[in-house]
Write a protein that binds this ligand. Structure first.
Ligand code: ADP
Ligand code: MG
Length: 265
């Protein structure tokens, strides 16, 4: 199983859309995918997909049910662990809550090929934590200087404070592939100059495309609603690049969690 965290420095750069569409496109390849809506407190992957989960992560933390009871299967084959909307108490999980997630993640990831964490924006405790317990991380940015500066700040913190070296950069809302590469080059140049060998790999770019907001309004992923659109073509290229990248061999939820839990207490 590959565990991949998707986050960004700045909000609204397309994380949830990328996660949902990546999940659809992985299922199209026969790779079973589970999405954890880890933007705890500001959930919206359920809205994006037109799901109406009756229960969410709050009920699990309250001990009323288990993660497997709240999981929702989407019409696209992948499954979602819903978070809860508008509850700000989850910006920093308690150690017991992290342990509970670890135990129950093992239960719900049987038969899962890709486990994606849809994180929020910024550098809050939860975002750093889930970035650490993932094996691979996608940082998304758009070509604006503010978003790029925030992406750099996130990469810098993960690298300097936690020694994280396996990061992929995805440029969204670009006008063409050249602009995407420029975004990557600018960030990697600054990072290597000021931080050192950060291990930042370019995952590709997704062009700005009106099919995306149109699909959002229909509450459908754009790769399913508009498979011919440029955004869908770009997304499939990103998926194929991701499939070519080899995850590091080190092992499993148990190991990742025990290595990282103590860094957050
Ligand atoms: N490639 C794109 N082209 C056009 N609009 C996009 C694109 N990617 C994202 N958007 C729009 O940006 C908004 C934010 O996307 P979302 O996935 O919710 O971001 P985040 O999860 O980072 O907050 C959405 O309304 C979506 O329609
Ligand atoms: Mg989001």
């Amino acid at each position: 199983m590959r565990i991949i965290a998707i986050s960004s420095g700045k909000g609204g750069v397309g994380k949830t859309n990328v996660v949902a569409n990546l999940a659809v496109s992985l299922e199209q390849k026969g790779l079973h995918t589970l999405v954890f809506d880890a933007d705890l407190g500001l959930a919206n992957i359920d809205v994006l997909l037109g799901l109406s989960p009756k229960r969410d992560i709050r009920h699990v933390f309250a001990g009323e049910c288990r993660l497997r009871d709240i999981m929702v299967r989407t019409p696209y084959g992948f499954e979602v662990i819903p978070a809860s909307s508008g509850v700000s108490e989850f910006t920093r999980l308690e150690p017991e809550e992290k342990l509970l997630l670890k135990e129950q993640f093992e239960e719900v990831t049987q038969g899962v090929d890709f486990f994606l964490f849809d994180l929020g924006a910024g550098i809050s405790d939860n975002i750093l934590f889930f970035n650490l317990v993932a094996q691979e991380r996608i940082v998304i940015t758009v070509p604006e200087p503010t978003a790029m500066a925030d992406a750099y700040a996130l990469i810098k913190l993960l690298y300097t404070r936690y020694g994280v070296k396996r990061l992929y950069l995805l440029a969204n809302l670009v006008k063409d592939s050249r602009e995407g590469k420029q975004v990557y080059q600018q960030i990697v140049q600054v990072a290597e100059r000021f931080l050192g060998p950060v291990g930042l790999t370019y995952l590709g770019a997704i062009r700005e495309d009106t099919s995306v907001p149109r699909a959002v309004k229909r509450q459908e992923p754009f790769v399913a609603a508009f498979p011919e659109s440029v955004a869908a073509q770009d997304l499939l290229r990103v998926r194929d690049k991701l499939l070519k990248l080899e995850p590091e061999g080190e092992g499993g939820l148990e190991a990742l969690w025990s290595q990282n839990l103590h860094k957050f207490s």
